[in-house]
Every structure is written in structure tokens, then in C-alpha cells.
Write a protein that binds this ligand. Sequence first.
Ligand code: KG4
Ligand code: ZN
Length: 337
Amino acid sequence: MKILAIESSCDETATSIVEDGRVVLSSVIASQVDEHKLYGGVVPEIASRRHTEAISQITEQALKDAGLTMDDIDAIAVTAAPGLIGALLVGVNFAKGLSLKYNKPLVPVHHLRSHIAANYIAHSTLEPPFMALVVSGGHTHIIEVKSYTEYSIVGRTRDDAAGEAMDKSARTLGLPYPGGLNLDREAKDGNPKAYKMPHPRVADAPYDFSFSGLKTFVINTVHNAEQKGEEISVKDMGASVISAVCDCLVDNTERAAKDFGYNKIVLAGGVSANSVLRARFEEVCKCQGWDLYMPPLNLCGDNAAMVGAQGYYEYMAGSRADLTLNAMATMPIDKSF
Ligand code: KG4
Ligand code: ZN
């Protein structure tokens, strides 16, 4: 079964054709990074406009790359929530138009479910159940993935997402957007113990996170140093922030896996590209004898191949949308469309 998938939840317009949820026949990404870089972050209005400009052309490109036409497509999957509402609407409306014109079933996909599904593409034998850590620019969740379409949220951030904490720290340190990626690069040779970062815990919620204190710590330390005319080492501060974020992510996920009895761990989302996070999880899983699955770097960030993968399992579970489908800026992963 061949699915045409569309993703436009943030700053990448992406299309892909995926066969039976696991085989990527084509994948096209039109990134807007260079333009948002000028403003230090994603400008929602610009994102929507660029999606509108790119979407027809990259859909044609995905079909061409796969050597297919719309006649060969069995269903259309689209990211419908969560994300920037104006950006999501571009993909959702385009997908509705295609579904109507070509009379193909329409399958709405939850963005975080698709991040998890990126692992089904890379690891052909991976099947639920497992414990997932989903870390992106807007979300930080520990999730019990009970089946391809059943989820239970075990822990979440109470304030900033892990990616947001890294992005904002990077910005304070003068690094360009995308902050998390540049922080990772810059901090490679930094000393993670150079700055004593807070490691906040949420009382009575052992799997939850709180990252806003880390961001405030970086802002205050940088401002204090500026006032005193002292130098801040970007690589040492960067390494210290990344290390503190990873400590929290790894500790809570390890605890959740033990408490809930999982020996299979899956990482997902843009922040799962972080080199320190990947190394730490490799270490812990080796030590515990657990299986670890991580997306390859090209499937960590936003793409449509992961939407095609999850779209397949949603389709198999009977999920369909009609032309009343709307995009939603927020939606919990355990809720269905
Ligand atoms: O999943 P994603 O592409 O978009 C959202 O759904 O939010 O995640 C984007 C996030 C950004 O915060 C970005 O800075 C972060 O992923 N990111 C990284 C790295 N690469 C991307 N964070 C840390 N280290 C990286 N290597
Ligand atoms: Zn994402």
C-alpha cells in the first residue's frame, strides 16, 4: 500500500511516498531554515507563506522521484496536529484538495506519533510495545507506546521543552538558529562540568521535567558576566546545558522503563539528533541490557516519510478524515482525530 504523506507543522515543508509503513520510495524536504535564521527563530507567518509556495511543487517532486502518479497512490496522510496552526492548515487543506480531486482516503496524523514512527522506517523489526522519549522543539514526553496507535503519557515537561531550553540557551550565547544543532556542534569539546547547572525535579512526579530554570540560569549567568566584563566560554556553557538536559532526560526515562517494566527504549524528535543524548542512552541501555532504537539523523527532524509510516498504521487501524478535517495547534498524543 502506497501512502502520499504531507508535513507542514513548523518550518519544513515535506512530502514523501511510503510503502506499507516501512519503505520510503521518495522523500522531499523544503527547508526554510535560512530565512528564519535572519530572525533568530521561526516566524509563523513566514512559515505559512513558504509552505503555500512549496507544497505543490514538492508533491510533484515526491511522485516523480518515486516514479509514480496519483493513480498509484492508495491514501493521503497529513500532519494535522500539533504545530503552528497557520502552517498546519497549509498541509491539511492541500491534502483535502488532493483527496477530493483524486478520490483517495484521507488519514490525519499526529506529529509526535509520526516522530516515533520514524523508527519503524529505520528499524524494520521494531514493533510496539516500548517506552519512548519524544524530544522536540515544542514537546518533551515519556510515552508508553502500547501499540501502533495506542499511547499512554508517563511524563512530560511542566514548562519548556528540552529543545526549547537548548534553543533559548544557544540564542543567549549568541549562536544562530537552529540553536540546538549549533549548540551541539559548538559544545563538542566543552567541559560539561564547567558550570553548575540546576537539575530541577518536579515534586511527586518522578517522570516529569522542568527546563525553564536552566534557561534562566544561562540568561542570568551571561548577563552577570557581561556586567562584570567577564568572558563566558560558549563551548563550556553549551556543554554544561546539554549535559544537564540529558541528565534529566536519561534519568527519568530510565526510571520510567524500570518502573513500567520495559526493556525496549525508543528515542524520537529533533533533539534525538543530539550527540550527547545518543551517547548517554547507548551507555545506559548497554549497562541495563536494554534494546535501544534511535532514528538516523536524517529522520530525527521534521520530514514526511515518518508521516507516511504512521499514516499507514493509522489507516490500518481504520482512521479516516473527511473534508471537515481541521488542523489543531495542540492535541495530546493519546487522543484520536
Ligand atoms: O522535531 P523537530 O524537528 O521539530 C519540532 O517538532 O519541534 O525538533 C526541532 C528541535 C529544535 O529545538 C532543534 O534545536 C532541536 O530539535 N535539535 C537539536 C539538535 N538538532 C535539532 N537539539 C540538540 N542537538 C541537536 N543536534
Ligand atoms: Zn517535529
